[in-house]
Write a protein that binds this ligand. Structure first.
Ligand code: ADP
Ligand code: MG
Length: 337
């Protein structure tokens, strides 16, 4: 080989190596955090340039904020849910397609969970005040709780997009399902902006698409009594969602007893059959509502979820973890003392 040829080869190699290197590397993952829906929402996006990811996140966050404004019973602004809650009993109220569909899903889950999930605990939740500022420090009076207990099935669809509340205390509160729905819609926005690999984590409600650099997304499940500690972890399959509910999210201690924000619709008091629950499903709204339902039902809710193809676990107050078969197959425990 002549000196000229050698020089030429070196030159080609020098040019070639950075090109190879650049094409082998996908863009850096983008992490962004926003505060909304009363929690920190974390976006993780892989596989697109930062500018694309940031545009997609802005669109997703905008969509989630829209849903929060439209569906929350808290805050100063009026919305269709608050208007419905002020409508006299047994009077038709017409909702748009979006709320009609979500309510239909919520009412179906109410029936399937034996009224453990109740989408019309609005007056009771306001009485407890876990979502108010300042948060409560003592339970309400027993009589007041009893007065505001809504009957199971008090929310009725009377016709096309038409809904009625059957009793005065029957007021919609979508707090147990709307966050899941919001991250679902947020994810749809990311997809519309060309994102194919992403996680949205809204304080334990997680939606996913694609994977993490060719590997499945690995999700830690929070320990309900060890801040920063994990119970275990699982790998998400394509486009799965995982939701965890716990009595550590919003609570106060009163006379040595913990009072938290997931209420048993039969008693009107915080549910006692679990301290943490996790559900994996194809849709985040479904996983969200069922993790709340399972929290009220306790371990006896695991089998119905197995029948519906959802992996689920319950942590009981003594710390024992009970799983359905679908969860046992994929749960990796983390031994802690
Ligand atoms: P988080 O919002 O902390 O993730 P959940 O998804 O379990 O927790 O939802 C709790 C919220 O759902 C409460 O703040 C309240 O608005 C509502 N809620 C409380 N108890 C019930 C219940 N039994 N059924 C349906 N919604 C409930
Ligand atoms: Mg929920």
């Amino acid at each position: 080989m002549t000196d000229d040829n050698l020089l030429m080869m070196r030159y080609r190699l020098l040019w070639f190596i950075p090109v190879l290197f650049l094409s082998a590397c996908s863009p850096e993952p983008v992490h962004e955090t926003r505060f909304m829906m009363g929690t920190l929402v974390e976006f993780t996006i892989e596989g697109v340039p930062r500018a694309t990811a940031m545009k997609a996140i802005a669109a997703a966050a905008g969509e989630m904020a829209r849903i929060e404004r439209k569906m929350s019973i808290y805050g100063p602004k009026d919305n269709p849910i608050k208007r419905f809650n002020r409508t006299p009993e047994r009077t038709d109220f017409i909702f748009d397609d979006e709320i009609d569909k979500l309510l239909a899903m919520a009412v179906a889950i109410e029936a399937a969970s034996g009224h453990a999930f109740h989408p019309a605990l609005g007056s009771l939740n306001r009485l407890w005040g876990f979502s108010l500022d300042p948060p409560p420090s003592a339970p309400p009076k027993r009589d007041a709780i009893r007065r505001l207990l809504p009957a199971g099935g008090c929310l009725k669809r009377t016709g096309d997009h038409r809904w009625q509340r059957m009793t005065r205390s029957c007021q919609i509160d979508l707090g147990g399902i709307a966050k899941g729905y919001a991250i679902e819609r947020g994810m749809a926005q990311l997809i519309q902006h060309g994102v194919r690999h992403a996680l949205i984590n809204a304080g334990g409600d997680i939606a996913s698409i694609g994977d993490n650099m060719g590997k499945p997304w690995r999700i830690g499940i929070r320990h309900p009594r060890k801040p920063g500690g994990l119970l275990g972890w699982i790998h998400l399959k394509h486009n799965e969602c995982i939701v965890t509910s716990g009595d550590y999210e919003r609570f106060f201690m009163y006379h040595g007893k913990r009072y938290h924000h997931i209420l048993d619709p039969r008693t009107g008091y915080p549910a006692t059959r679990a301290i943490g629950t996790t559900v994996i499903a194809k849709e985040a709204a479904l996983a969200d509502a069922w993790s709340t339902a399972l929290f009220v039902m306790g371990a006896r809710g695991l089998e119905p979820l197995q029948q519906q193809g959802m992996a689920a676990l319950v942590v009981r107050s003594d710390g024992t973890i009970i799983m359905n078969e679908a969860m046992q197959k994929r749960f990796h425990s983390i031994e802690t003392r």
